[in-house]
Design a protein around this ligand. Sequence first.
Ligand SMILES: *Cc1c(COP(=O)(O)O)cnc(C)c1O
Length: 369
Amino acid sequence: MSEARISIRRVRKGFERARPDPKKLGFGRYFSDHYVVCEWTRTRGWHDARLLPLGPLPLEPSAAVLHYGQETFEGLKAYRNSRDQLFLFRWQKNAARLRASAERLVMASVDESLFGRMVKAAVLADRDWVPKDPGCSLYIRPNLISSDPFLGVHAGEEYTFYVMTGPVGAYFPEGVNPVRIKVEEEDVRAVRGGLGAAKTAANYAHSLRAQARAAKEGFTQVLWLDALERRWVEEVGTMNMAFVVKDELVTPPLGGTILPGVTRDSVLELARSWGMKVTERPIAIDEVIEGAETGALQEAFGMGTAAVIAPVGKISYKGREVTINRFETGPVARRLYDTITKIQLGDLEDPFGWVERIDQLDLEQICKG
Ligand SMILES: *Cc1c(COP(=O)(O)O)cnc(C)c1O
């Protein structure tokens, strides 16, 4: 199928979607004119890939995804620099993670070639939707769902895979600023043997309650602890966590309960290349709270595609709130943010081979296969 063609039907003149104010993009609110979709059946594999005007999905009300949540998604971005060059960042990692998530959820696999062609076709078809303003980008959302019209509880026999895009604003409109987060003490995000390492809807569905409680109390995100001992730091809502402890970069290991972030992986590789000591080990929440008080903990930050690096300035745990690095962005967080965002824009040498320039690619050629 990967060699098969993606048909193209452009939105009709005059029917394009309204262009948002580039100053008010926010996240996940606006969508580009087109998307790319294809279907899978046991006999035909992936077929009928097509680029279409964005609109309602053809989906039966009995589709398994709507009842049992058999779904996995990805999140990546296309970046435009001041010279109007367009880049993707480590999209192959997203393709690999989608395959891993699909395997966990017993879904049809999307190979790297099909994933890459659909992502590139979606971006190039709406290339003028990729914002240029600092910190803005085109968010890309691949989504794999079971479209099987059957209410029996079993792995689906029909799947739909689509890639949609939309412009998003700077995560921190006034530059990188620390956030306040709250350690969740009641709900848990994932258990060993569960879905924690898969990027899937269920992980978010059951996180909403804690997130809503935290938001009501003025916190940006929830920090999850492990489900067994309620002691070890896992990750925050949509980001992996890292700490700088006595000049060492420390992050919890990937043990099946944590999402293997592309940003996390990039941060570890970058920090190592700078000669920093980098350690993946379990971190107790008590170590974090005490370290903030004694100063052994110099920095804490989240890592994810949306914000890249989100410094954590305050953590609340058992009714007590500690401040990290005087509620300021630390030097490690700052350097990581600056380096990664410049590499993403093609404005800094990319010794790791992380970015792919795509503006000179030809949409028809990609769709031809
Ligand atoms: C997507 C996601 C992340 C971050 O992954 P990136 O690939 O860096 O964007 C972290 N945690 C969770 C739960 C996620 O869904």
